[in-house]
Design a protein around this ligand. Structure first.
Ligand SMILES: NC(=O)c1ccc[n+]([C@@H]2O[C@H](COP(=O)([O-])OP(=O)(O)OC[C@H]3O[C@@H](n4cnc5c(N)ncnc54)[C@H](O)[C@@H]3O)[C@@H](O)[C@H]2O)c1
Length: 284
């Protein structure tokens, strides 16, 4: 007589074919390591030409500058030829900007829009036709808590990340009839090499921004573990830390409190950064 077996309630996700951008460092690298450790087939990509030595041995590498349409076409060809399709695209590559609206240069705005916003747009445009043909696929875009709540002194970064949130929310509804799910990741500060990309147009404010990232107690591995749980659950918005969840809820449900907090942050920011004469040489 056969006894009924007790099935585990834990859902083990099937092995998947995954492409990650910005995978040479920080969150991208942590995600690649975690996916690879659980047996997923991963294509790591980054702007750097040579394969980073830090990637796990089984992970394939392709140089992909998210600003380049030609690189994206090459990535699609590579995926079709070597993987036979894709299950998950992680548009993670990004750079950082911090600066006052009247100090940071227009060149810096154009640079960050091209990488952090249009880089994600290009990834979505490149792989959506394949996902539609497959009738399945998952897109995960790395934004930031800065895409949901907008502190002073970070206008360019806040704006592009809010754009990634808007793009992702749009695609949730546009692509779900095709069997495609879309998530957006919104972490607050965690320790990575992100601030190495600062361009120096408002060095004083950049220094304060770098301190926030470098002093954070959170690591990329910790954020990646939370992100992967959110991806497996196919959450629309993946908030990775308790402070982020609190401040996002306050903005949505206690608006006067949020406004008062941001007003105070604006006054403190002005006090900290408007006492010295400003450098305007790099304005344009
Ligand atoms: N570290 C934080 O505090 C934080 C917080 C919220 C969101 N984020 C976001 O997380 C993502 C990953 O950043 P990170 O913190 O791991 O920083 P990181 O600098 O360690 O990693 C970013 C990676 O993106 C790559 N990259 C830069 N420009 C590129 C381009 N044009 N094409 C392809 N790759 C490019 C870099 O080479 C690098 O490997 C970014 O989108 C960032 O905005 C970071």
């Amino acid at each position: 007589m056969a006894f009924p077996t007790i099935r585990s309630r834990q859902r083990v996700p099937p092995k998947r074919r995954i492409l990650v951008t910005g995978a040479a460092s920080g969150l991208g690298l942590a995600l690649v390591r975690a996916f690879s450790a659980r047996g997923d087939r991963v294509l790591a990509t980054d702007v750097v030409g040579d394969r980073p030595a830090t990637l796990p041995a089984l992970v394939d590498y392709l140089a992909l500058d998210v600003r380049s349409d030609a690189d994206w076409c090459g990535a699609l060809d590579h995926v079709e030829a070597t993987m036979g399709g894709l299950d998950l695209l992680v548009n993670n590559a990004g750079v950082a900007a911090a600066g006052r609206i009247d100090v940071a240069s227009m060149q810096e705005w154009q640079w960050i829009v091209d990488i952090n916003l249009l880089g994600v747009v290009r990834g979505c445009r490149t792989f959506t036709p394949l996902f539609k043909d497959q009738g399945s696929g998952q897109v995960v875009n790395t934004a930031s808590l800065a895409g949901l709540v907008h502190a002073p002194g970070m206008a360019a970064y806040n704006t592009v990340k809010a754009g990634v949130v808007a793009l992702s929310e749009t695609l949730v509804h546009e692509l779900s009839p095709h069997g495609i799910t879309v998530s957006v990741i919104c972490p607050s500060f965690f320790r990575t090499n992100l601030t190495d990309s600062f361009q120096g147009s408002d060095a004083e404010v950049e220094q304060a921004g770098a301190a926030m990232v470098n002093r954070s107690r959170r690591t990329a591995d910790q954020v990646a573990a939370t992100v992967i749980r959110g991806i497996d659950a196919r959450r629309d918005v993946i908030l990775t830390d308790p402070e982020g969840q609190v401040i996002w809820r306050v903005k949505r449900f206690a608006r006067p409190l949020y406004r008062a907090g941001m007003k105070r942050a604006g006054v403190e920011f002005a006090r900290a950064h408007e006492t010295k004469p400003r450098a305007t040489a790099s304005h344009w």
